[in-house]
Design a protein around this ligand. Structure first.
Ligand SMILES: C[S@@+](CC[C@H](N)C(=O)[O-])C[C@H]1O[C@@H](n2cnc3c(N)ncnc32)[C@H](O)[C@@H]1O
Length: 224
């Protein structure tokens, strides 16, 4: 297994943010909402917190799938939030999606405690992953549904290169570079299980869902 190589936490560069917002993430991001629906069947109503929301593509897709919810997104990078303006314009769910600047671990969801918390591709950015688990415990209501998807670190640099070639060959250079760095920065499912146990979330499930993704989900303890 290759060692973890952290990448910068925040995606602050405007050209990086623009390329990310313009990329076609329809398949993994719809897959995120589909996987949520599979592990938490039924409706979702009320405020939802999306941690590390970036330009808000997942927030919008989640709000579109669940018309009775509102999504509060938090991200520490102003450029990523600004890059989401074009995604918001004219989107039918945009009036139920509220993105705001805020950096973990200090930032709080504005309507905490939340009964539903989601996060896509934030965990691997964090130098100290416990910041995310603490934020979830702090801003989640007892029994809240928590669902995350993230990259998982391949076992060799050859596999990193093969994944970049397979999934990012036609992307702009900045995105290819980000994808490679993110694969090196990602955690393994085993490392995530250790993080969860240390955070008192050992009841959460960690499941491999593709050659590069894992999902992490569960309900917060009822009594804390
Ligand atoms: C790969 S992007 C994912 C964005 C979005 N969730 C998506 O799926 O499109 C990771 C995001 O996490 C944000 N981020 C990284 N560290 C953060 C922190 N400590 N607090 C808040 N946001 C953070 C970055 O700025 C970036 O926008």
């Amino acid at each position: 297994m290759i060692p973890r190589r952290p990448e910068p936490e925040l995606m602050l560069a405007p050209e990086q943010a623009r390329a990310y917002a313009e990329a076609d993430f329809a398949a993994p991001h719809e897959g995120f909402v589909d996987a949520f629906a599979e592990v938490f069947p039924g409706s979702v109503a009320g405020p939802v917190l999306d941690l590390g929301c970036g330009p808000g593509d997942v927030s919008l897709r989640f709000a579109a799938r669940y018309p009775a919810c509102e999504v509060d997104g938090l991200d520490g990078a102003p450029a990523m939030l600004a890059a989401g303006d074009t995604l918001m314009q004219g989107h039918p769910a945009a009036d139920r999606v509220h993105l705001a600047e805020g950096c973990l671990p200090e930032a709080r969801g504005p309507r905490a405690p939340y009964a539903t918390l989601i996060s896509n591709s934030l965990l691997h950015h964090l130098h100290d992953p416990s910041a995310l688990w603490q934020a979830i415990r702090r801003d989640g209501a007892p029994g809240a549904a928590v669902f995350l998807m993230d990259l998982r670190r391949p076992d060799s640099t050859d596999t990193v290169q093969a994944l970049v070639a397979q999934y990012a060959a036609n992307d702009p250079e900045v995105l290819r570079h980000d994808f490679e760095n993110s694969l090196h920065a990602a955690f393994t499912p085993g490392e995530v299980r250790e993080q969860l146990a240390a955070a008192g979330l050992g009841g959460f499930e960690v499941r491999t869902t593709s050659d590069r993704h894992m999902i992490i989900y569960g309900r917060l303890p009822e009594a804390r």
